[in-house]
Design a protein. Structure first.
Length: 121
């Protein structure tokens, strides 16, 4: 359990792929109204068919760390590869306890990313 917490805290304190993206083709905001978490996903197609991915946002440690985890993993992947990412991918990284206890927070970024990718097609 401690290794999952350390991983989450590392992504929260040193987020990867965080920042607005110049030239983004898609900017999509997702949120959890009940708790105030917000994630904005930025996407841009690259010449080789892959996607450049970044995010901005605010909210709890879990939502923001998972946004970093998801965007780091998705950056450079094709749209189909991103659409095939599932909650198992997150559970392997943050652990089953976080996925059970903070499901909406943990999955906000992945759900928003997939919606953003679908809007590209």
């Amino acid at each position: 359990m401690q290794e999952f917490l350390d991983y989450i805290l590392d992504h929260y304190h040193r987020p990867r792929r965080k920042g607005e993206m110049e030239g983004a083709e898609v900017v999509l905001k997702g949120g959890n109204p009940g708790c105030g978490d917000v994630v904005v996903i930025y996407l841009r197609r690259e010449g080789d068919g892959t996607l450049k991915v970044s995010f901005t946002g605010e909210g709890c440690t879990v939502s923001q760390a998972c946004a970093s985890i998801v965007c780091e993993a998705a950056d450079g992947k094709t749209p189909d590869e991103i659409l095939n990412m599932d909650y198992t991918f997150l559970e392997e990284r943050v652990g089953p306890d976080i996925m059970r206890g903070r499901f909406k927070c943990a999955t906000l970024a992945l759900d928003t990313l997939k919606a953003a990718v679908q809007s590209l097609k």
